[in-house]
Design a protein around this ligand. Sequence first.
Ligand code: SIN
Length: 521
Amino acid sequence: MPLQTDFIVIGSGIAGLRASIELARTGAEVTVLTKSKASDSNTEWAQGGVAVVLSDDDNAELHEGDTLEAGAGLCDERAVETLVAEGTRYIKQLIEWGTEFDREGGNLVFTREAAHSRRRILHAHGDSTGKEIVRALIARARQESTINLLPFANTEGLIVRDGRCVGVRYADPILKAPREIFARAVILCTGGAGQLYLHSTNPPGATGDGIAMAYFAGAEIADMEFVQFHPTALNLENAPRFLLSEAMRGEGGILRNAQGYRFMGDYDDRLELAPRDIVSRSIVREMRKTGTRTVFLDMTDKDEAFLKRRFPQIAETCAHYGLDITKNLLPVSPASHYCMGGVRTDLWGRTTIPGLYAAGEVTCTGVHGANRLASNSLLEGLVFGARAGAAAAGEAREAAIPTSSSDDTPGNLNARISTAVRKRVKRGMWEWVGIMRDEGSLTRALSEFEQIEKARLSIGSRNFVTLALLVTRAALWRQESRGGHFRSDYPEPSEKWRVHSIQESGREISSDDRISFGEGG
Ligand code: SIN
């Protein structure tokens, strides 16, 4: 008899934990599979904060307007409305559950980030917002006796029978062998794929396997060409591309070139607080112009005590590499940060496969369109995690759980991405499918990745190169520039391309001009 549970949640970031809590509140048994320890997720690394309408001078229309503006014509307005309207309620609930956002005199403190018309970003312990949210959610999840967290259990495939997702294959951490576990429904909350690129702000686990698994299971994958590059990752030899939060620019940080010149005025009137794609491209252009590989973030005119209190984690990490954020210019350059595309869902996290739901960065809900507004991702994980949990609990309550194992379970599941494949894909993505792309670079990338795809690959390597192909094909297909996708051979947006790219296994890439991804239900 194979393992059975009511619901499977894959991933323990904000979306996965929130979905699990929602499911468990119905009394259902929930098994949460995570490939590392439960607190290791992209959420945990989130510094800047979470955008929410809670301050006196803010309102829902303003937050929606900023989100739609950043999304460059491809946001689903109903998804954005849902995010903003329900976000406030779910953040208040997080506070009730013990999340300690920073306060002054008892009042919540809001910071500003690029492209926000108001100060609306909540943060915790200065620059450890994600960590604090995960702490509170794990504590809340532990109060639900029906949630079983299964760490170090790498999921390697979704099991679909008669068109319905009924379980997953994973590598059992104790038996060190492949296993199957079946359920009434599965919720994918595996996060993004920033690690596809040579330089990334994401944790090592952000390899996008959830998107690849959903693709191989037959789900529709949308808008993979839209990748967000964060402008300011620490750029030091022998140091990881540690994120220097946008909140640093929100608090007045200035970008200077190698000659000390404040260059953003040459590119955009909004200076350092222009949208991320614009700041990232401006930095690349400035580096090319000055023949350097880095620019500098300057916080030196800010009060020392304030900086150390506001950005303790960043101060400590920089100090580890010999930099004092209050005295030194900090070398930075862009790095991949967030995938706007992913598994297509409707407003309740339903994918195109019955029984398979998804939430968080693994999805394309339509909330972010072509470019995500800073600090909207934790909010998305929270709101749509809860929604996916509620939908799965309601709709799959009576769904049968299979009792027999599959005949086709591979004997040797291997989720490791080979070092050679990892290196070639990451370099190729950075060089040819990066911040600026064109037909020549994308064609070159395509041929490189198709070549790799032909080799005998582990499941992990196959997933990784498949993702690279999904991004590259969509980027080649979209002959315009919009949001996070910049084609130097088509530098302007075009109304005829105000469509989503849709990819499905075994089919040519297609376009969908319905900006909304399905009925809300
Ligand atoms: C940051 O702190 O700059 C990242 C925030 C985000 O990506 O939303």
